[in-house]
Design a binder for this molecule. Structure first.
Ligand code: SAM
Length: 269
């Protein structure tokens, strides 16, 4: 099982706030979807459960199973439950890279939002999620392409750090554009996708900066492992924030929302 790089207590508030920032808005992402209140939904890699709660509160979904491998995240998620969500959402600890067969063939909809970009083997997880679907069930994957790494600057030291970061990470921050092909590879059909350009300018630059400051609170050890020294980790984070703030530098990435349908045989435990 790979280790999620942003695992820390402070990450919960970042995830909660992120879901309401323009660039990552759940409301915008799910505007074109509809849900039957009686359908059974899996929120795969649920984090604080912000999406699960949205499904209950805005679409009236009555059965959500929310899976994550982090004990801490699940505890924080349970503490955030109130009202209808308490009855409708069930949190469970589970590593998506090795989904237990007891989840096979049970879901009308599986949603995986900002999770596989953190995985060393995203296809393994997608294979499991395909198996979790009922006949004609749908998998919805929301993923970014170029997040964090697409900051263009001409600062030589910064670029040196950024290149080293990109070389050494064991996960894929450019996964968004690959997801439709991955859905096909795991056997889904009726594949559809949409993409939105996310540009950080004005209000969204300010929000992306706050989001990055919050991310950095959890990432010092992770960057230290990559760059070999805590001082280098600190220098990289400081440079990143400085370069982000320069008006001539651009920070642009894409958000993909992809769906596929399970028209093949249904897996069982
Ligand atoms: C960026 S957060 C996204 C959380 C949530 N989907 C959201 O939209 O706010 C990624 C989540 O994926 C979880 N995660 C990463 N790898 C996982 C794995 N192999 N199995 C289960 N959960 C995983 C992390 O613990 C974290 O909560």
């Amino acid at each position: 099982m790979g280790v999620y790089s942003l695992e820390s207590a402070a990450e919960a508030s970042r995830l909660e706030e992120q879901a309401y920032r323009d660039n990552y808005s759940i409301e915008n992402e799910f505007r074109n979807f509809s849900f039957d209140p009686d359908e059974r939904v899996m929120d795969a890699g649920c984090g604080t459960g912000v999406l699960s709660r949205y499904l209950v509160e805005h679409f009236g979904v009555k059965h959500v199973e929310a899976l994550d491998y982090s004990d801490l995240r699940l505890k924080q998620a349970r503490d955030l439950l109130k009202g209808k969500s308490k009855k409708a959402i069930h949190f469970m600890q589970q590593d998506l890279s090795q989904l237990d067969p007891r989840f096979y063939g049970k879901y009308d909809t599986v949603i995986c939002r900002y999770v596989i970009e953190h995985m060393a083997e995203p296809l393994l997880a997608l294979q499991g999620l395909q198996k979790a679907l009922k006949k004609n069930g749908r998998l919805i994957v929301v993923e970014l392409d170029g997040v964090f790494t697409n900051l263009y600057s001409e600062n030589v030291l910064f670029n040196h750090y950024l290149e080293e970061f990109k070389r050494k990470i064991h996960f894929d921050l450019n996964i968004g554009k690959k997801v439709p092909n991955y859905l096909k590879r795991v056997g889904l059909s009726h594949i559809e996708w949409d993409v939105t350009l996310i540009k950080s300018q004005g209000k969204t630059l300010q929000e992306e900066r706050e989001n990055t400051v919050q991310r950095f609170r959890s990432l010092r050890d992770f960057f230290t492992e990559i760059f070999g020294q805590a001082e280098k980790s600190d220098e990289f984070m400081q440079l990143y924030l400085e370069e982000m703030g320069r008006p001539e530098n651009t920070l642009v990435f894409n958000k993909y929302i992809c769906t596929g349908k399970n028209c093949g045989p249904v897996s069982s435990a």
